[in-house]
Design a protein around this ligand. Sequence first.
Ligand code: GUN
Length: 280
Amino acid sequence: MQAKLIDGKAVSAALREQLKEEVAALAEDGITPGLAVVIVGDDPASKVYVRNKKKACEELGLHSEEYALPAETTQEELLALVDKLNKKPDIDGILVQLPLPAHLDEKAVIEAISPDKDVDAFSAVNVGKIMIGDYKFLPCTPAGIMELIKSTGIEVKGRECVVVGRSNIVGKPMAMLLLHQHGTVTICHSRTADLPSVTRRADILVVAVGRAKFVTADMVKPGAVVIDVGMNRDENGKLCGDVDFAEVAEVAGAITPVPGGVGPMTITMLMRNTITAAKK
Ligand code: GUN
């Protein structure tokens, strides 16, 4: 392996120390940031995420409230809870854990969250604000990736940045954040013609396609920074990313591992958004 490992756990831990100081400063003004996490049903992966979010709040000294609703919860009941949380003064951030059970309208629920408390930055208003570069919250995964890129010491300005994947949660906002930092940005995806010829242009390559080991060494420019957002299981049931780590690490200049790369950053960014929301 020749690439430098981008250690998401270490970058995340350093950021959490800074956030603790911000929480302490707010405490002097009598402010405790508060996060409400809503989970509907009993998806095991969602339960783990929610538990980790609660633990992070405890570690940083944030107030947190968990609302675990049964799978049969109706749209009206869920919207009533969101409305209550929108008005609750000790709650600065609201996160409704996705995916929701199929009978619920996710889009309507997201739009019901007050934009000032939408710490995921998923609502149309907050997405629009990101587009015009006038935002309060950044979506957690792309924001965490920007911090990881920063930690490599490589400047985005003027570089070829290629984002593989076009989801509303990662690919699209990721491209926008790189653009704000003056990168030359290409978004590509599974239907891009001759994808390797596009990814090989990248000085900074962000991969969020949801396919195990999709990006191979021949798709990567020597020395590139490679950020792997994937979280998959390989043929042996082992956790792996969207990048074939073993072979790409021989070509890249820096690379995130899975696990231990992007994953540890997202909850830290959620904490940062909640603290930002409390500073209003
Ligand atoms: N489910 C998986 N990741 C996320 C996330 O970042 N936010 C929400 N609300 N749900 C998720």
